[in-house]
Structures are given as structure tokens and as C-alpha cells.
Design a protein around this ligand. Structure first.
Ligand code: V47
Ligand code: SF4
Length: 369
């Protein structure tokens, strides 16, 4: 019924009609169908389909969380071509926080009732798993019940290999020290061909997937990301989403998916133009439609700005992160508009209510607080 109204309204061709009907009936679409949506579907059709999927999964709620992002260091053994913030040891602009400095930041943030501490940084050449276990122990000691979400698969892969631990052994050590979940960074685009051109030498797409699978097997949930809008094609994006969907079928332990828009300032890919807001919205919608087994789709507002974030709520997004105090420099150094991203709870609520959704403050596992 809805599908036929849709089809009349959009006057869409037969191929798109079949796909639209499948999405409305909550049937899974395949790679070729995903590609066709990327290439041919109108923005308004994508909005309608993605909104249908979002509503079925999350009702009227739009989630946010009070959290803090800490980046212990930007010193990194890798040099991804899209990265604006990594530096080598001793290079101008590099930083290293001591554990004491990190604890001071955590204690200040806890006074503001945060429920999550998000820690990611560069892949420091000298830091092994025992250093990170000590860091987690110290943070856990002051954090009370706050959830610790820490380290990208790239940092984890390096620290496990440096300390000659299997993925499972590594996760057991970190879990014991206080780790609750892992963030989605480092996924970029899984295609080896694209990785060779934008982040050669760093952990492969398969390694990223293996690390997350091992985390899930150890009872540690995680997020997933996709860096889009650089040199990848729609086929590469679909391949990325497909590999995530297959892993989620096996484990079911991805909490959220976060598309990350490539920002082009101060890095080796700066000659690339950034994609338009229309492309951002199309991509959110596609991700929502394709990833039928990941419950939450997050728009990370410090990266795309408050305006696009609010619009994204009509294109499948149900979570706007909502960091109250974001000291991340990954994006401020890559040229985003929000140089000191802070959002007061009232402002988050207004953004959500104006988009005709119901604001829901959540914890890291999407329980409403
Ligand atoms: O892996 C680096 C990306 C990621 C640029 O899990 C860039 O809740 C755009 O993963 N333009 C790290 N993106 C951040 C991340 C994240 C952020 C918020 C929430 C969560 C979560 C995870 O940032 C990196 C890389 O893909 N990145 N440089 C750039 N120039
Ligand atoms: Fe290092 Fe991460 Fe930057 Fe790559 S994106 S250079 S791994 S900090």
C-alpha cells in the first residue's frame, strides 16, 4: 500500500520500485540493489525509505549522550594521507598527555555528569598493552560507573602485536583493566585498493574486521565507521557496508554505525573537494537502508556541523552523539566549522524537538537515562 503510493508519487522505474517495495517490507537488499539506490534514487525517495527503516527500529527517539573525548597523543607510526593531525615524535605540533593529565581531564568532566569516556589517539611507537592497561586502570579508578570506550582497531592491532598477544589475549587484559567497548575508528574504506592509496601500511580492512570480531567474542561491543567522500566509488562503499553487515550477522555486537565525511584541510588529500550536503544525506539514507542489522545510525555533529546533523534526522539518523565537551582535534585540524565543539543539553533537545523527534539521553548501550 505505502509502496504503491510511493511509486505513484515518485514515478520511479521498475528496478527502483522493486527495491523500494523490499525496503518497505523489511526485506534485505543486495549489493547491486544498494548500488542502484546510490546511483539512481532521488533524495526524497531515499529520505522516505531510510525514515521508514529508522522509525521501525527506533520509533520517535533521537538519542544523545553526555560524554568526553580524550586524545592522549597525536604521535603516530602511520601517516594516513587524509589525516590532518598526526605527527612524528618531536615534530612541531605533536602532543603526549601523561596519565596524570588524562586523569585530571576525566575528573573535571565527571563533575558534569558524563556517562561515557571516549579515548582514541595516534598509534604511539613506544606504547604497549601494559601502558594502556595502566591508563585504563587509573581511569577506571576515578570513573565510577562511567563507561570507557577506548582505542581504534588500529591502535589495538599495534599494541597487541607489540606485546606479542593474540587479539583474544589482548582484549582479556584490557577488559580486566576497565575497557567496556571500542569505538569505530580506523575502518576508513575496507577495499585494499583504496587503502593502498589513502592509508598504505596501516592495518588492513580484514584486520579491522578481525579485531572487532575478537572484541565481540570477548563480550566487548563496538561501533563501526566509514570514511567517505574522498577517492572511493559507490561500489567501494557498498562493499564496506556488506562486509560490516556480514560480521554483524555473525556477532550482533555492533551498537552503532557512524559515516564520517572526509574533511579536506591540512592533509595530503587537500586537493580533493569535499562532497555536498546532498551527498551526505544520500549516504546517511543508504547506510540506514543497507545496514538492516545495526540498530543505530549516528551523525557525529562536531564533524558535519549542527545544521546537517539536524537534517540527517530525516535521513535515517537516530543518534547525534551529543558530546557535551569535545576536545577532539581530529576534525578541528581537518577544517571543520566547529573549532571548540560544545553543545549544552538544552541546545541538543531543541535541535531534536525542532526536527520533530523525541530527545532521549542515553548511556553507551542505548539505555535511556
Ligand atoms: O578513523 C581522520 C577519521 C576517525 C579525517 O565510535 C577523518 O562513537 C574526516 O572514529 N576527515 C576517528 N574524517 C574518529 C572516529 C569516531 C568519531 C566519533 C565517534 C566514534 C564512535 C568514532 O576519524 C578515523 C578516521 O576515519 N578521520 N581524518 C578527515 N580529514
Ligand atoms: Fe595515525 Fe589514525 Fe592519523 Fe592514520 S588516521 S595517521 S592511524 S592518527
Amino acid at each position: 500500500m505505502i509502496a504503491s503510493v510511493l511509486i505513484k508519487k515518485f514515478g520511479i522505474d521498475n528496478e527502483l520500485k522493486t527495491i523500494a517495495e523490499k525496503v518497505i517490507a523489511s526485506e534485505r537488499i543486495n549489493e547491486e540493489e544498494g548500488l542502484l539506490l546510490y546511483e539512481k534514487a532521488e533524495l526524497s525517495l531515499l529520505a522516505l525509505l531510510a525514515d521508514h527503516v529508522r522509525e521501525k527500529k527506533n520509533g520517535k527517539h533521537a538519542y544523545y549522550i553526555k560524554n568526553i573525548h580524550i586524545e592522549p597523543t597525536n604521535i603516530c607510526v602511520y601517516k594516513c594521507r587524509f589525516c590532518s593531525y598526526s605527527r612524528k615524535e618531536g615534530e612541531t605540533g605533536s602532543w603526549e598527555m601523561t596519565i596524570e593529565e588524562i586523569i585530571k581531564v576525566v575528573k573535571e568532566a565527571l563533575k558534569k555528569n558524563i556517562s561515557e569516556i571516549h579515548i582514541v589517539g595516534g598509534v604511539h611507537p613506544e606504547r604497549d598493552i601494559y601502558y594502556y592497561a595502566e591508563l585504563l586502570n587509573e581511569v577506571r579508578g576515578v570513573a565510577g560507573k562511567a563507561h570507557i570506550k577506548a582505542f581504534t582497531a588500529i591502535e589495538l592491532d599495534y599494541m597487541f602485536r607489540k606485546s606479542v598477544k593474540t587479539n583474544r589475549e589482548g582484549f582479556e587484559i584490557l577488559k580486566e583493566a576497565g575497557l567496556n567497548s571500542i569505538p569505530g575508528g580506523g575502518a576508513e574504506i575496507f577495499s585494499e585498493d583504496i587503502r593502498k592509496q589513502i592509508c598504505e601500511n596501516k592495518s588492513t580492512g580484514n584486520t579491522w574486521l578481525e579485531i572487532h570480531e575478537a572484541a565481540h567474542q570477548c563480550g566487548i561491543p563496538s561501533n563501526a565507521t566509514m570514511l567517505y567522500g574522498h577517492i572511493e566509488s559507490y561500489r567501494h562503499r557498498i562493499d564496506h557496508l556488506e562486509r560490516l553487515r556480514q560480521l554483524q550477522d555473525r556477532t550482533g555486537m555492533f551498537n552503532a554505525f557512524i559515516p564520517l565525511k572526509y574533511r579536506n584541510k591540512n592533509n595530503e588529500l587537500s586537493s580533493l573537494k569535499e562532497v555536498s550536503i546532498t551527498e551526505d544525506l544520500r549516504n546517511y539514507a543508504l547506510c540506514r537502508i543497507y545496514l538492516d542489522n545495526i540498530k543505530h545510525l549516528k551523525a557525529y555533529w562536531p564533524m558535519i556541523g549542527k545544521g546537517t546533523t539536524q537534517l540527517s534526522l530525516s535521513f535515517g539518523v537516530d543518534d547525534i552523539d551529543g558530546t557535551i565537551e569535545d576536545s577532539t582535534r581530529i576534525y578541528s585540524m581537518a577544517g571543520v566549522e566547529e573549532q571548540n565543539p560544545v553543545l549544552a543539553t538544552e541546545e541538543i533537545n531543541k535541535m531534536i524537538i525542532d526536527a520533530k523527534r523525541v530527545p532521549a539521553e542515553r548511556d553507551s548501550l542505548y539505555n535511556i537515562i
